[in-house]
Design a protein around this ligand. Structure first.
Ligand SMILES: Nc1nc2c(ncn2[C@@H]2O[C@H](COP(=O)(O)OP(=O)(O)OP(=O)(O)O)[C@@H](O)[C@H]2O)c(=O)[nH]1
Ligand SMILES: [Mg+2]
Length: 296
């Protein structure tokens, strides 16, 4: 491979909440880098996943779902989305069979005007009945200036190779942006906090997952074990009781599930300690958000 033919670029995965963007990124890079849940607004940051080959490097970005901001937190989430419209070499716009353009017309306009090639990916076709796929394709091709349409099932790994091929066809000739050994730009602590957050999303209902943030207070890697101390922040003291649960049962379950997932991710034994703290209205407070790593 000569420098003259090596390809590299930023491929940004965007779309509404819950359409399967994180599931798709994980399927593409072959690692569980992004957390997934059946609830909308699971992803809160822009997360890079690298796909390295001798001849190319694709820098995927998973992003938070596009939405109309209600909290300061949402503004920060949407700024990650807007940024990923600006620096993309290829945009992968993901939708499923059920979403509409409600609330995101403005971002769609911006995306159509960007001049960046757009791959329109229709996910969850494993759930398609009758002519639903045809209808969905018609609906979105009228609204998005797509180069091509790719129906997929991210959970069943269907047509993922086709996305890769369409990306490679559009990737510019460029030297790699990151070390070819790297998988992501995020430190291990970030993934530890995300894995715990995922278990909170899957274990609690209603407002609790949205009111929760996780910070890693201590991350010590020893020879045979990683010792992690995590702080779970909620917005009100009544929520602290819900997180902990009767006789501590709920938190214990989250702790066990998180530890198992952490051990799989880091491929090492993990000792996990969790503490629940109240940080009043952190979602509305810019300074508190900055402390939690929402810099935009
Ligand atoms: N049936 C089916 N479900 C899917 C597919 N892809 C993803 N899902 C499910 O859809 C839900 C949302 O998936 P995510 O990957 O978290 O969606 P997201 O777009 O990243 O969501 P946000 O981070 O909230 O914006 C999860 O329950 C997934 O298991 C698919 O191809 N078929
Ligand atoms: Mg996501």
């Amino acid at each position: 491979m000569t420098e003259k033919t090596h390809k590299a670029g930023f491929v940004n995965i965007i779309g509404k909440p819950n359409v399967g963007k994180s599931t798709l990124m994980n399927a593409l890079v072959g690692e569980r880098l992004s957390i997934i849940s059946s609830k909308a607004q699971t992803t809160r940051h822009r997360i890079l996943g690298l796909m390295n080959d001798e001849n190319y490097q694709i820098v995927f970005s998973d992003t938070p779902g596009m939405l109309k901001p209600k909290y300061e937190l949402h503004k920060s989430m949407m700024s990650f989305v807007n940024l990923s419209l600006e620096d993309a070499d290829v945009i992968v716009f993901v939708t499923d069979l059920f979403e509409t353009e409600d609330e995101i017309q403005e971002v769609i306009e911006k995306m159509n005007a960007s001049g960046v090639p757009i791959l329109l990916v229709i996910n969850k076709i494993d759930l398609s009945k009758d002519n639903k796929l045809e209808e969905t394709t018609h609906y979105w091709t009228e609204r998005i200036k797509a180069d091509t349409v790719i129906p997929i099932s991210a959970t069943e790994n269907f047509n993922i190779e086709r996305i890769l091929q369409e990306i490679l066809d559009r990737l510019p000739v460029h030297p790699p942006y990151y070390d070819k050994e790297e998988l992501t730009d995020r430190p291990e602590r970030f993934f530890a906090s995300e894995i715990i957050r995922e278990k909170i999303f899957t274990n609690y209902k209603k407002e609790i997952p949205y009111s929760t943030e996780v910070a890693i207070d201590q991350f010590i890697e020893e020879d045979k074990i990683i010792r992690i101390r995590a702080l779970i922040f909620v917005e009100r003291s009544s929520q602290k009781g819900i997180i902990i649960g009767e006789k501590g049962k709920a938190l214990k379950k989250v702790g066990t599930e998180a530890r198992e997932a952490l051990e799989t991710f880091f491929n090492k034994k993990v000792f996990l300690e969790t503490h629940v703290k109240v940080e009043d209205d952190w979602r509305k407070n810019k300074n508190k958000l900055r402390k939690f790593g929402y810099d935009q």
